[in-house]
Design a protein around this ligand. Structure first.
Ligand code: NAD
Ligand code: UGA
Length: 482
C-alpha cells in the first residue's frame, strides 16, 4: 500500500456545532497538522476566539478543555475563508444543510446553496492537489455535484498552475451534549470514496486515536446514504416508543417497563428507547424529510410514506402533550401561569433547534398561557427567536393578573431558577432532561404553586412518589397509572 500523502494543513468551512468541536478534537490529537476553521459569521468566529472559554458559541461538556489545549497552537478560527482554502491540503465542508423553505422540494429537500457556494469557493482558491471532504449531512449523490464543479476548475488554463481534486464523504455521527466523547471514542468513522490514496490520507488522521477496525470504508453513495439512514433509524425508534407510550396511557401499561422489557432483547438493544416529548434537534427531522424527498424523486412513494410517518408521529406527540395539559387544567390555560423546565432539545446543550419545547410552548401561548421558562443554558434572546415573541418581564404575582393575561394573550418570560419559575404556577412542564431536574426538592416547590397544581413530566426524570407525596398531581409520559 502506498503511504498516504501527508496532510499538514486542514481548512474546515463552517464553524458550527459540527465544524468547531470536530476540528478541535482533530487538532488536539494531531498537533502536527495546522487547522483553520473558517466561517462567514463574524460573531461566531469572535466567540470561538473568546478568551473566556465559557463564552464559546457551542456549549458541550469538555469542549473548553480541548479548545484550551489546541487553540493558538495548531487550531485557528477566522473569517479568512479564501486564504484558508488556498493553503489547505484537505478541506472539510461542514456548513448547514437545512430543509428548503421555498421552490422545488420546499419543506422536504435539503437546501444545498451553502454547500455549492463552498465548492465554488474551493474551485476558485484551492492550490495544487486538494482532498475535499463532505462533513455536512447531504442527500445521496451530492458528491457528484461537488465533483462537477471542481472538475470544471481542474481544466488547464494558461494563467493558473494545474490543480486537482478528490471528493470524499465522511459524515459525522456525533450527538450534541456528548460531542467530545463521541469524537474521542466514536463507534465508527465512515469514509466513502473511490480514491485509495485520499481515503488513506483521511484514515491516517483518524488513526491517530481511532482503532483501524473502527474506520469503515465504503463507496461514496453508501457513505452519504448511511448517514441519512442512521438518523432515520434512530428517529424511528423514538417515534415507535412514543406510539407505544400513548397505548400505555390508555391501557394501564408503563412505557418505562415496556422499554426495559424489549430492550433486554439483545436484537433490539436498550438505547434510544426513552419515550419523551418527541425528538428535536437540527437533524432528525430534516434528514428524514430529505430521505422522503429522495424516495419520491427516485419513484418510491411507498418508501417515502413509510419514513414520512416517523415525522408525522413526532409532531403528533408534541400536539398531544400540549392538548392533554390543557385538558387536565380544567380545559383552559388562558391567563394561567405555567412553568417550563428546560427549553433545549436535549440535556447538556444550549441548542434549541426543533426543540419539542418550541411547539409545546407555541400551542400553550395560543391558548393564552403565561409561561415562565427556565433552562440552565438557553438564553432569553434565543427563545424570543424560537417563539417569535418578545419576552415580557416577570409579572409581580401579588399585583394580580396582567392586562395581557386578562385579555387572553399568551406571554412568556425567562426565569432564573426552578423556584422562581414555579412560584404562582398551576403546573410545571418538564421538557428537557437536565440533571438539575432529577433531584428537585418537591417539598420546597409544591407550596410555591397555586393549588391544585400539576407536574407534567415528559422526560421521566422525577420520582413519582416524591412528587405525589407533596399533594401535587403528576402526569408522566406513557404512564397508564397517572
Ligand atoms: P451550523 O448551522 O451550526 O453551522 C454551519 C456554519 O456554516 C454556520 O456557522 C454558517 O455561518 C457557516 N457557513 C455556511 N455557509 C458558509 C460559507 N459558504 N462559508 C463559510 N461558512 C459558511 O450547522 P451544524 O449543526 O454544525 O451542522 C453542519 C452540518 O453537519 C449539517 O449538514 C448537519 O446536518 C450536519 N450534522 C450536524 C450535527 C449536529 O449535531 N449539529 C451532527 C452531525 C451532522
Ligand atoms: C443525532 C444523532 O444521535 C447523531 O448520531 C447525529 O450525528 C446527529 O443527530 C445529527 O446528525 O445531527 P442529536 O440530535 O444531537 O444527535 O441528539 P440525540 O441524542 O440523537 O437526540 C435527538 C432527539 O431525540 C432529542 O430531542 C432527544 O431528547 C430525543 N431522544 C433521544 C428521545 O426522545 N429518546 C431517546 O431515547 C433518545
Amino acid at each position: 500500500m502506498t503511504p498516504p500523502p501527508e496532510i499538514r494543513n486542514i481548512c474546515c468551512i463552517g464553524a458550527g456545532y459540527v465544524g468547531g468541536p470536530t476540528m478541535a478534537v482533530i487538532a488536539d490529537r494531531c498537533p502536527q497538522i495546522q487547522i483553520n476553521v473558517v466561517d462567514l459569521n463574524e460573531s461566531r468566529i469572535a466567540a470561538w476566539n473568546e478568551k473566556d472559554l465559557s463564552k464559546l458559541p457551542v456549549y458541550e461538556p469538555g469542549l473548553d478543555e480541548v479548545v484550551a489545549r489546541a487553540r493558538g497552537r495548531n487550531l485557528y478560527f477566522s473569517t479568512e475563508v479564501n486564504a484558508a482554502i488556498s493553503t489547505a491540503d484537505m478541506i472539510f465542508i461542514s456548513v448547514n444543510t437545512p430543509t428548503k423553505t421555498k421552490g422545488l422540494g420546499s419543506g422536504q429537500a435539503s437546501d444545498l446553496r451553502w454547500v455549492e457556494a463552498c465548492a465554488r469557493q474551493v474551485a476558485l482558491h484551492a492550490q495544487g492537489h486538494t482532498i475535499v471532504v463532505e462533513k455536512s449531512t447531504l442527500p445521496v449523490r451530492t458528491a457528484e455535484t461537488i465533483q462537477a464543479i471542481l472538475q470544471a476548475a481542474q481544466q488547464p488554463s494558461t494563467n493558473k498552475p494545474q490543480r486537482s481534486f478528490v471528493v470524499l464523504s465522511n459524515p459525522e455521527f456525533l450527538a450534541e451534549g456528548t460531542a467530545i466523547s463521541d469524537l474521542e471514542s466514536p463507534d465508527r468513522v465512515l469514509i466513502g470514496g473511490e480514491d485509495d490514496e485520499a481515503i488513506n490520507a483521511l484514515a491516517s488522521i483518524y488513526n491517530q486515536w481511532v482503532p483501524t477496525k473502527k474506520i469503515l470504508r465504503t463507496n461514496l453513495w453508501s457513505s452519504e446514504l448511511s448517514k441519512l439512514t442512521a438518523n432515520a433509524f434512530l428517529a424511528q425508534r423514538i417515534s415507535s416508543i412514543n406510539s407505544i407510550a400513548a397505548i400505555c396511557e390508555v391501557t394501564g401499561g408503563d412505557v418505562r417497563e415496556v422499554s426495559m422489557a424489549i430492550g433486554a432483547d439483545s436484537r433490539i438493544g436498550k438505547k434510544f428507547l426513552n419515550s419523551g416529548p418527541g425528538f428535536g434537534g437540527s437533524c432528525f427531522k430534516k434528514d428524514i424529510l430529505n430521505l422522503v424527498y429522495l424516495c419520491k424523486h427516485f419513484g418510491l412513494p411507498e418508501v417515502a410514506d413509510y419514513w414520512q410517518n416517523v415525522v408525522t408521529l413526532n409532531t403528533w406527540q408534541q400536539t398531544r402533550i400540549a392538548q392533554l395539559i390543557v385538558k387536565r387544567l380544567f380545559g383552559t390555560v388562558t391567563g394561567k401561569r405555567l412553568a417550563i423546565f428546560g427549553f433545549a432539545f436535549k440535556a447538556d446543550t444550549n441548542d434549541t433547534r426543533e426543540a419539542p419545547a418550541i411547539n409545546i410552548a407555541l400551542e400553550l401561548l395560543e391558548e393564552g398561557a403565561q409561561l415562565a421558562i427556565y433552562d440552565p443554558q438557553v438564553k432569553s434572546n434565543q427563545i424570543e427567536i424560537d417563539l417569535q415573541l418578545p419576552a415580557t418581564s416577570c409579572p409581580d404575582i401579588k399585583a394580580g393578573q396582567t392586562r395581557a393575561a386578562l385579555n387572553g394573550e399568551g406571554t412568556w418570560w425567562i426565569s432564573n431558577s426552578v423556584e422562581e419559575a414555579a412560584t404562582g404556577s398551576d403546573a410545571i412542564l418538564i421538557l428537557t432532561e437536565w440533571d438539575a431536574f432529577k433531584n428537585l426538592n418537591w417539598n420546597n416547590i409544591a407550596p410555591k404553586m397555586r393549588q391544585p397544581a400539576w407536574v407534567f413530566d415528559t422526560r421521566s426524570v422525577v420520582n413519582p412518589q416524591e412528587v405525589r407525596s407533596t399533594g401535587l398531581k403528576l402526569w408522566r409520559v406513557g404512564d397508564g397509572a397517572s
